[in-house]
Design a protein. Structure first.
Length: 301
């Protein structure tokens, strides 16, 4: 069965950007051409809206009705109008309880509000993979366009609903203690890894697909008209949900197993080389995973 592609879902880290956190020129050009043909681009990430703003500007989403799905699906909004399509947050009480509980662990909680990320320790570090340590909180603030503000007691200070609570920590420590961290909130909140150094709390049932369903209902786009790209476990639901799911060459095995295609990696313009013609009015059909290059290629010419 063939389908028109009207929207493309794009994870950020490890998918849209290379290891230097940059959209390469060839990938950017391909995605701009798709927008010129009327395809809606959706940036879907664990990042905040502020954290996605640089990439949204690079792809000119505000002039093409592009969409941001933030906080792993806790919020979605239109880049052009600011219209919020979906939002779900932890209550102020849940926020306080999580932050109070996390005092028991050797982690650095992060809560964003306005232009600030509020933290306990701006100088918290994690292993850099090369035998040294990395200033992970400073990296998180800088890469997401936030100012940092230290507070002695986040649980007392953060008296507002929040879309997520990020906790940074050493990978080995998080693996050893994540079940203890999550246990008091089982059945109430979602707790998950979004990278080896990040363990997050979000509202129960939140994922990227939950937000996408509400978003596309407003936009009049059916899931049969959607293509998705991803690499990590938190991309798995949207890879399975979209009519065409594409795993990056650097994707984890679980994502590759569920994808319709495996393309090149994020450092080699895997998005630009995806085996689908994406012009509006062109049709795409499901083919076996790892399919050979079809005769029609995108971006539309």
């Amino acid at each position: 069965m063939a389908h028109d592609i009207k929207a493309i879902l794009l994870d950020i880290d490890g998918t849209l950007t290379n290891d230097g956190k940059v959209i390469t020129p060839r990938t950017r050009e391909a995605l701009l051409k798709c927008q010129e043909k009327g395809v809606v681009l959706v940036l879907a990430s664990g990042r905040t809206a502020t954290g996605l703003s640089t990439y949204a500007a690079d792809l000119d989403l505000a002039h093409h009705g592009g969409v941001l799905v933030c906080y792993n699906g806790a919020k979605s909004l239109n880049c052009e109008t600011g219209q919020v399509y979906f939002e779900q947050a932890l209550t102020a009480e849940q926020t306080r309880r999580v932050l109070e509980h996390m005092k028991k662990f050797e982690v650095a909680p992060v809560v964003d509000h306005g232009e600030y990320m509020y933290v306990n320790d701006c100088f918290f570090t994690v292993p850099d993979g090369e035998g040294g340590r990395r200033l992970i909180i400073q990296y998180e603030g800088h890469s997401n366009n936030y100012l940092l503000c230290e507070k002695r007691d986040l649980a007392e200070f953060c008296a507002w609903p929040t879309n997520k609570i990020l906790n940074a920590g050493d990978p080995d420590y998080l693996q050893e203690h994540w079940q203890e961290m999550a246990a008091p909130f089982e059945g109430e909140l979602t707790a998950m890894f979004t990278s080896p150094v990040y363990f997050e709390f979000t509202p129960l049932g939140v994922d990227k697909v939950r937000a996408l369903k509400d978003t596309f209902a407003v936009l009049g786009i059916d899931r049969s008209e959607v293509m998705s790209f991803g690499d990590a476990q938190n991309d798995l639901t949207m890879i399975k949900w979209a009519q065409i799911g594409v795993a990056m060459g650097n994707a984890v095995d679980e994502v590759k197993a569920e994808a319709d295609y495996v393309t090149g990696d994020n450092n080699s313009d895997g998005i630009a080389d995806a085996p689908q013609p994406l012009a509006v009015g062109a049709t795409t059909a499901r083919q076996p995973p790892h399919a050979a290059r079809p005769s029609g290629w995108w971006p539309p010419r």
